[in-house]
Ligand binder design. Structure first.
Ligand code: URA
Ligand code: SF4
Length: 195
């Protein structure tokens, strides 16, 4: 299995009902050798139209946060919990998330990121079983030898100036942590999950 095959499989996937209402599936995109994978919720209208993740207003917020941290979008890998847009942007249900899960598992196992950045509650819940991201954001989690960094969803910052600052500072912290990991420094784990 490689990322090009996953991409093809996602583009042609009909495994859940979201295939009936999508325009385009939205495979993950970015640097295959990235140290970090960003995980959002699901494609929105612009993503559905273009077949690329985070290209709408929420995507601009994410790009701006990366830019403030001195990182180019092309350096990282960005994906979603489900790869097809739910009608009216509703939250993907548990059947859809479970069905689509194998793709993100494959993306993670190929890229082997040093850390996975969870964007918002849907990704937090789907990957770690968590809730209340605003309470846990900014924290580093370790589960099954994989590190995770928790932050708010960029869409939540659209009408909330304070959350923009929160997101931007979190992303800066994330890349500070990544630099330390690259230098084999000890980092502080905030939460240990057992599986
Ligand atoms: N919101 C998401 O969660 N993912 C996208 O790709 C775009 C908006
Ligand atoms: Fe397949 Fe995932 Fe799209 Fe459902 S959301 S059709 S499982 S790619």
């Amino acid at each position: 299995m490689n990322l090009e095959t996953i991409r093809e499989n996602v583009i042609n996937c009909t495994k859940c009902d979201l295939c009936n209402t999508r325009t385009n599936s939205v495979p993950g995109k970015g640097n295959f050798q990235s140290n970090v994978i960003f995980v959002g919720e699901a494609p929105g209208r612009n993503e559905d139209k273009n077949g690329e993740p985070f290209v709408g207003v929420a995507g601009k917020k994410l790009s701006a946060a990366l830019e403030e941290a001195g990182v180019s979008r092309d350096d990282v890998y960005i994906t979603n919990i489900v790869k097809c847009r739910p009608p009216n942007n509703r939250v993907p249900n548990s059947i859809e998330r479970d069905t689509c899960k194998e793709y993100i598992k494959q993306e993670i196992s190929i890229i082997k990121p040093k850390i996975i950045c969870i964007l918002g509650n849907t990704a937090f819940n789907s990957i770690l079983g968590g809730s209340e991201i605003t309470k846990f954001r900014g924290k580093i989690v370790r589960k099954d030898n994989q590190l995770y960094f928790l932050t708010v969803h960029p869409a939540a910052t659209i009408y909330n100036q304070e959350l923009i600052t929160v997101l931007n500072n979190d992303i800066k912290k994330l890349f500070d942590v990544i630099r330390e990991l690259k230098n084999n420094k000890e980092i502080q784990i905030d939460i240990e999950y057992s599986s």
